[in-house]
Design a protein around this ligand. Structure first.
Ligand code: C2E
Ligand code: MG
Ligand code: MG
Ligand code: MG
Length: 296
């Protein structure tokens, strides 16, 4: 707050603010060109069943490799993309890229008799309000050959407390198409719990700030235990976000939370790395050939 800073303090504050505004304008221009320049990349963080340690899916997380600035973290550029509406084309690119990967991986896995991976894609509220959102989603599924049951759409609580009636219709339609819906960062939003039964939600992702302290702060643990119990009685799937220690796994498993994402199990990784670990293509058949067979 600028109040009570005094003249010098205020000038510093104002300078800081305009620096921030300038920064945003610069980022916006660059972000517009990021898709066509191929600077965006999706990384995939494994989602693991804590009882079996098996990878059951992944979350797609956006990365921006800026030509001069290097890696710009999503928490810096996603808000800019939302404010400017650029999240609409970027979000479409994210969905198409994730669906292309999911299709490829799940065809490979099917051929090997492995279960399909479910890939989670983050959606921002702004995308929902774009005029042809559901039509865009259907077109991308058609174009990539991806099946809706391979995709989980992550939304935030703020979307659900929006009073515009259309949210409900859009979520119902996505659910009818066969997508599952997850609430991201659960517990940090408005906690108007009524929405859990009003909308076709299947998954709660317990926010990292709760999971962080689940093994060290008894009050935090009680909260998570209550979330898990509520989730179970509503037949929701529970995912713990940001699991970093074995102690957290132990506590979460004991509570009955089944799924986890976090650095303990794997950081978000580039497509090729994730693929090599979880959906490797058949190795090419190596034919024996002596070096001398080269004729020239
Ligand atoms: P999110 O959807 O809640 O994603 C989880 C974040 O937690 C990711 O940060 C992930 O890298 C980080 N994380 C995972 N495990 C751990 C852990 O064990 N410890 C710690 N400290 N962090 C962990 P990231 O990739 O920086 O993304 C930040 C946020 O940006 C995401 O939060 C999401 O809200 C947004 N975002 C990322 N990609 C997209 C996208 O494609 N579209 C939209 N709309 N938002 C996105
Ligand atoms: Mg997410
Ligand atoms: Mg989250
Ligand atoms: Mg988030």
């Amino acid at each position: 707050d600028a109040k009570g800073l005094g003249r010098a303090g205020y000038q510093f504050y104002a300078a800081q603010q305009s620096e921030r505004a300038r920064e945003r304008v610069l980022l916006e221009g660059d972000l517009r060109r990021a898709i066509e320049r191929g600077e965006l990349e999706l990384h995939y963080q494994p989602k693991v069943d804590m009882r079996t340690d098996r990878v059951v899916g992944a979350e797609a997380l956006l990365r921006w490799h800026h030509a001069e600035r290097g890696m710009v973290p999503p928490d810096r550029f996603i808000p800019v993309a939302e404010d400017t509406g650029l999240i609409i084309p970027i979000g479409e690119w994210v969905l198409r890229t994730a669906c292309t990967a999911a299709t490829h991986w799940n065809r490979t896995r099917r051929a090997r008799g492995q279960e399909a991976l479910k890939i989670a894609v983050n959606l921002s509220p702004r995308q929902f309000w774009s005029p042809h959102f559901v039509a865009m989603v259907r077109a991308v599924m058609h174009e990539t050959g991806c099946r809706p049951e391979w995709i989980e759409l992550e939304i935030t609580e703020s979307l659900l407390i929006d009073t515009r009636g259309q949210v409900s219709e859009i979520l119902a339609e996505l659910s009818r198409l066969g997508f599952t819906l997850a609430i991201d960062d659960f517990g940090t939003g408005y906690s108007a719990l009524g929405y859990l039964t009003r909308f076709p939600i299947s998954t709660l992702k317990i926010d990292r700030s709760f999971v962080n302290e689940v093994a060290t702060h008894p009050a935090r643990a009680s909260l998570v235990r209550a979330i898990v119990a509520m989730g179970h009685s509503l037949q929701l799937e529970l995912v713990a976000e940001g699991v970093e220690t074995h102690e957290q796994v132990q506590v979460l498993r004991e509570m009955g939370c089944q799924l986890a994402q976090g650095w303990l199990y794997g950081r978000p990784q580039a497509r090729a790395l994730f693929e090599a670990a979880h959906a490797p293509a058949e190795l090419p058949v190596v034919t024996e050939s002596a070096p001398s067979s080269q004729t020239d």
